[in-house]
Design a protein around this ligand. Structure first.
Ligand code: ATP
Ligand code: MP5
Length: 529
């Protein structure tokens, strides 16, 4: 389908965290065209509600009519209705318009504890339910709607039973949301009259910034369903996006109570990735440092002391200081964060592995070029054996990961497409090892050893038997690779010490650029979400 046109019918939140404001941001983030018809005017902030003003219900009817008179509505998300007259207005409009997807979030009480619906309207709300595709009550709302005692739904199983009852009653899908239940993991389901039809699992994030999560979830779900996704894919996309938006919430610093989530987190990250400003325009004077490595003037000396693999002298110490921020960004970028959390999805894992296969193939050639150019036979042996093991690691990778996880044959892997980032990174390595001086080539390949080993050793520190990627993380605990990294660092240190200042400057640039490519390489799979 083209871009789904999604209408939110909801109350306001002038701080932009919940209600119609959150819906519009969520529909947009989920790939839809967002529209909104306002119900109640709610004066609220991250601490709570101070006033609710209900304009005459005819105002809502006129808004709804003017939308449907002109625009085909692919999906509707219904949030706060608050009063019986609004429920009737929406009911009549739904009867006439019959939008294909209707997601009803039966909003009753805000995160702050304030009531958002009159008690008599609470019962009246049910008359809309048979028009819904999905109902998205939170745990306390589910208790009320399924007729359970207050506080009785304490577990996933209890919530699923109650949701089935409701699903049977109205012939709808019911979301079971784990936000209000206990446990380190948040499990969300979609349940129909027969049982579970979709499930997602995410780690619980420790934050009080969850204002508007229910609004955001239901409107994003309406959008993904309207785009034609099946319930599992739609819930999968929504749960993952919501999780990322909650994780980024505290960075917003909006209000001092229950803050909003960062709906635009992903768009902002992608915009930053797409920036086309030159990489090496930073303030550090590399030309001066190449003659006088006064690295004590640079930050991060303490951080380098905590590197798992230490520099071999002043020049490699300088390189580590210059690229410490890049290593940190890589470690906390989306890809490695979800890998650590154990929530990396299979398609992201295979996307990464496919590019890694291309990478290793071309990297092996770069090391072979370096071996051919080394004057010292010890260096030639070192780079050639690195080249040989890159090829054999690639073979293992294909057979154990890609072939086993995806069932793909080796030939298919070889014919798959290379991404611009993989091509850019490996071209950088090939060009520097083949065309520039030996020291520049050696500095260009060093991040492939050093950054990879630093990342690998940190990953192996969090590797537990029950980690979903346990077997893969175990491959990072390779002592031989740690030793090779130490040797590569020592070689580059000796070459830099013997090089002229202009060559050293060029080598430093090649090292920094390769580190930036390494960051891009790790993160690229998560950009396809
Ligand atoms: N602490 C958290 N960590 C990770 N995800 C969360 C957290 N809290 C909520 N979520 C996500 O938000 C969804 C909705 O949260 P919840 O179950 O609290 O519904 P809600 O009460 O309707 O939301 P709201 O807080 O807007 O009223 C959950 O299903 C889950 O995916
Ligand atoms: C207009 C409006 N609609 C819904 C909510 C619920 O959101 P939350 O429970 O996250 O406060 C809200 N606070 N305001």
């Amino acid at each position: 389908m083209a871009i789904p046109r999604v209408l939110s019918i909801a109350g306001t939140d002038p701080t932009g965290g919940a209600g119609i404001h959150a819906d519009i941001k969520s529909i947009t983030a989920a790939g839809g065209y967002a529209m909104g018809a306002v119900t109640a005017l709610v004066s609220q902030n991250t601490h709570g509600v101070t006033d609710v003003h209900y304009p005459d219900a005819s105002v809502l009817t006129i808004q709804l009519e003017s939308v449907s008179a002109d625009v085909i509505v692919d999906a509707v998300k219904i949030g706060m209705l608050g009063q019986t007259a609004y429920i009737d207005a929406v009911n009549q409009w739904l009867e006439k318009t019959k939008p294909p997807i209707v997601v009803i979030d039966p909003v009753m009480v805000a995160t702050s504890g304030d009531r958002l619906i009159d008690e008599d309207a609470e019962q009246h709300l049910r008359q809309l339910f048979h028009r819904a595709t999905v109902l998205t009550p939170n745990a306390p709302e589910l208790e009320i709607l399924a007729g359970c005692e207050s506080g009785s739904i304490l577990s996933d199983e209890g919530a699923i039973d109650a949701a089935r009852t409701l699903a049977q009653q109205y012939d709808v899908l019911v979301a079971v949301k784990g936000g209000h239940l206990d446990g380190e993991r948040i499990i969300n389901h979609l349940v129909d009259a027969h049982g579970i039809v979709a499930t997602t699992m995410q780690p619980r994030i420790q934050t009080k910034s969850t204002h508007g999560t229910g609004c955001s979830q239901s409107s994003a779900l309406a959008t993904r369903l309207a785009a034609g996704e099946n319930p599992q894919d739609a819930l999968g996309w929504v749960s993952r996006w919501l999780h990322d938006s909650i994780r980024a919430a505290d960075g917003l610093q909006v209000g001092t109570g229950h803050g909003p989530i960062d709906h635009s987190h992903r768009a902002r990250t992608l915009a930053a990735h797409a920036l086309n400003t030159p990489w090496l325009s930073q303030t550090v004077d590399l030309q001066a440092l190449a003659s006088d490595p006064s690295s004590d003037l640079l930050p991060h000396a303490d951080a380098v002391a905590r590197y798992r693999i230490q520099p071999a002298g002043q020049w490699t110490h300088l390189l580590a200081q210059l690229t410490h921020d890049i290593l940190e960004q890589t470690l906390f970028d989306d890809f490695l964060t979800v890998l650590r959390e154990g929530t990396l999805e299979t398609w992201e894992f295979t996307a990464y592995q496919r590019q890694d296969a291309h990478y290793l193939n071309r990297y092996a050639r770069a090391l072979a070029a370096l071996a051919a150019r080394a004057a010292d036979p010890v260096h030639t042996v070192f780079w050639s054996s690195g080249s040989a093991s890159a090829i054999s690691v690639e073979q293992v990778l294909h057979h154990t990961w890609l072939a086993e996880v995806t069932g793909e044959e080796l030939t298919q892997v070889a014919s798959m497409a290379i991404t611009p980032i993989t091509a850019g990174y490996t071209n950088h390595l090939l060009a520097n090892t083949a065309l520039e001086s030996y020291v520049v080539g050696a500095a260009a390949v060093l991040p492939c050893y050093w950054m990879y080993a630093e990342i690998g050793l940190r990953l192996s520190e969090i590797n537990t038997e029950d980690h979903p990627y346990h077997a893969w993380l175990t491959t990072y605990q390779d002592e031989a690779f740690t030793r090779s990294t130490q040797q590569a660092i020592a070689i580059v240190e000796s070459l830099l010490a013997a090089a002229s200042a202009p060559e050293r400057e060029q080598a430093m640039r090649a090292f920094i650029e390769a580190s930036l490519w390494e960051r891009e390489f790790f993160d690229q799979a998560s950009r396809m979400r």
